[in-house]
Design a protein around this ligand. Structure first.
Ligand SMILES: [Zn+2]
Length: 395
């Protein structure tokens, strides 16, 4: 986060160079500002997702690791390779599994490609890393090294989003260069699902997803119905789309499959197109968005509650009690939210929820002076607020 002003300067330089080279089509004002809006939403969410990531990774490392990597120079190289290898697979899954693609699509739905595109990631994307990093900690990779290496590789990744670099000769054999990453952002048939690498392109060469830049790249996603003009839309578009298809599917098996299949998968048991558009046109879609946020809210509350249980031995009993009330009531409310069609009830429920939250915070503040727990609690409340901000925006 501290690098952001510097990164903004680089975006400006990228724009200036593009203009001088008469390539100003690489930028558009509306696209760049949209990228920044999405980026700032993501920055807020990062606080939460990294807190979760850090907690899970540290906990696994300190309790369940099977080996211990010594603090040598070669451990750093090994850690970098491990992170990069894992990043390749996270990225590949992000393109091939619908429910994960729903968060990664935000990064790809921009029809311009420049440094400001690096900022454009969904607030949900960072969560994809958690299971993979738990595995790394389990193997014995030191969390501190993991996070340091991650910062370095993210900075390198940032600079691959530009059209102002030529092909980089021998480097294209080993590294993900701007030209190779440009290919990754193309919607040309030749370029779809290619070059998943983060720092090293070797994984793509090994696992058969490598593609050189041979024809002009067309940026963006294939869906013709998508219009890139709103941050919330860019973040929620594919979740809604998936949900719409889920509703239209009649077979139970396919209702489950839709979430884990690749984006181009088409279910067989779909209702006639007429009834699908009927669904899309009715207020079902609006209700679906409530349902979706109910689900997200429920998931986040279950996650936090799970974390509380993990730390139950290290926290005072009173505190445990406060946490439990808060999360259990939140879960019930989130569950109710999914099914309530009436707006008035929803507002009432939100009100109850806020009162519970404020009471618990006051309770925590008055009775317990454990700062770390207070921060934890604040983060979880900010998280709730964000969900409902989004929930309001989508309305
Ligand atoms: Zn991608």
């Amino acid at each position: 986060m501290i690098f952001i002003p510097l990164f903004l300067l680089f975006v400006f330089m990228d724009w200036y160079l593009a203009k001088r080279k008469n390539k100003s089509a690489a930028f558009s004002e509306s696209n760049t500002s949209l990228n920044f809006i999405i980026g700032s939403i993501q920055q807020i969410a990062t606080v939460i997702s990294f807190y979760l990531l850090l907690t899970c990774v540290n906990y696994t490392y300190h309790n369940y690791r099977i080996t211990t990597l010594s603090n040598n120079w070669y451990s750093w190289i090994l850690t970098y390779l491990a992170i990069d290898f894992v990043a390749y697979w996270i990225h590949r899954f992000s393109h091939r599994i619908n429910i994960i693609w729903a968060s990664h699509i935000t990064h790809h739905s921009s029809n311009k490609f420049n440094l400001s595109n690096s900022f454009r990631t969904s607030p949900f994307q960072d969560l994809n890393r958690i299971p993979f990093w738990i595995l790394l900690a389990f193997i014995g990779f030191n969390p501190q090294m993991l996070f340091t290496v991650f910062v370095v590789s993210s900075i390198i990744e940032f600079f691959t989003h530009t059209q102002n670099a030529p092909k980089l000769k021998w480097m294209e054999y080993i590294f993900v260069t701007p030209s190779l990453h440009k290919v990754h952002h193309g919607k040309n048939d030749l370029y779809i699902d290619k070059n998943y690498g983060s720092t090293f392109i070797i994984w793509d060469r090994i696992f058969g997803t490598f593609q050189e830049e041979t024809e002009t790249v067309e940026f963006g996603i294939k869906a013709s119905s998508y219009q890139d003009n709103h941050a919330v839309k860019a973040i929620t578009y594919y979740y809604k789309d998936l949900f719409k298809r889920y509703k239209a599917i009649t077979s139970l098996k396919e209702k489950i499959l839709i979430w884990i299949m690749p984006p181009e998968w088409e279910p067989k048991s779909i209702q006639s197109s007429q009834s699908i558009s009927a669904i899309a046109n009715s207020n079902t879609l609006e209700r679906n968005s409530y349902y979706l946020f109910g689900v997200i809210s429920l998931t986040i509350n279950i996650l936090f509650f799970f974390l509380v249980l993990l730390f139950k031995n290290t926290m005072p009993k009173l505190y445990l009690f406060g946490y439990s009330i808060y999360y259990i009531s939140n879960m019930l409310i989130a569950y109710k939210l999914m099914f309530l069609p009436n707006m008035r009830y929803k507002i009432l429920l939100l009100l109850i929820k806020s009162i519970v939250a404020i009471t618990v915070v006051l309770f925590v503040y008055v009775f317990i002076n454990h700062q770390l727990h207070l921060i934890y609690f604040a983060v979880s409340i900010v998280c709730q607020l964000l969900i409902f901000l989004l929930y309001k925006l989508i309305k």
